[in-house]
Design a protein around this ligand. Sequence first.
Ligand SMILES: Nc1ncnc2c1ncn2[C@@H]1O[C@H](COP(=O)(O)OP(=O)(O)O)[C@@H](O)[C@H]1O
Ligand SMILES: [Mg+2]
Length: 329
Amino acid sequence: MTLGMKEYIAQNPKLKYIFFGGKGGVGKTVMAGTAALWFARQGKKTLLASTNPVHSLSGLLGMNVFGKPTRVVPNLDAYEIDTKDTIEKSKVEIAEKIRWFLKFADIPTKADAFVETATMNPAFEESAMFENMINLMFEDQYEAYVFDTAPTANARRLLGMSKVYGLWVNKMLESRKEAQAMRLSLSFRNKKEEKDPLLDYLLSFQERMAHAQKLLTDREKTAFFFVTLPEALPIAVIRRFIGWFNEFGIPVGGVIVNGVIQTSQVTEDSSDFVKNRVEMQRGYLAQIDELFPEVRGRVPLFEKEVKGIDMLERVAAALFEGGVESRTA
Ligand SMILES: Nc1ncnc2c1ncn2[C@@H]1O[C@H](COP(=O)(O)OP(=O)(O)O)[C@@H](O)[C@H]1O
Ligand SMILES: [Mg+2]
């Protein structure tokens, strides 16, 4: 029998990094807020974090949590990372590195064109946010971390690339060490070993990536949950994500189905609109059960949007206490 969300978490007591992925608008932010509130109520010091440029957490919680971890309820801090600021800082850093390297390699070219190419693309912003996220994880100030949006493409890229990247960095390191040794043996003065910022950077980057990979693939500590509605497109999206994640050994915690219209709300007198929607959902709910063996919960479509702690409590009751079987009929 499939474990519900509450049982899954009880059976994984070391769970510490929780992510929610899925198509836009399916309820990832809502589920992240709900899970974070749950962990906090269980007595865990919890951080609910978002690397999303949209101020979704402040909207969800009805308070400003932008720019720094902000207390929401006992044990729960929320934090919307200032992505613009991070991106600017990363750009400055990258520009410095490129300039340094061009000078080091005696390449008489203006750095600007390189800097432009390196930073003017969406992948750059995405990886700046990814860096932000792993920095928070490395700081290790909380007992549970709930991230609003799963860094799906980045996690996948990171893990897919890490082997190739490791080989490449090792080769770079070898040849740079050789060059350094050669330079030392050629120099007349027994000059002290030169500082090599690029070598230092490669080493620390490799170390950070290895650490990130270890955390992200740790089956005891990490789980990615995928949120879907009982509709075709959101199902297709998480199907693809789960496929990737399984391929790279990233632990998938399971699927959460959101926005389920309660059959108890439907009577003979209900409008055709409602009856048809319910019928449509019935089909997709069956499809979800067939495709995904690990549905952790089904959350009803509420009569209003989910905003504020009181609404989050209602979602938590449905997600954690509602049971998985009760709503399939
Ligand atoms: N079960 C639900 N019942 C009613 N409204 C919901 C439910 N889940 C989410 N919503 C609303 O749907 C919208 C999208 O949810 P959100 O969590 O922001 O999605 P995402 O983060 O995946 O883009 C929000 O306005 C939210 O309040
Ligand atoms: Mg969101």
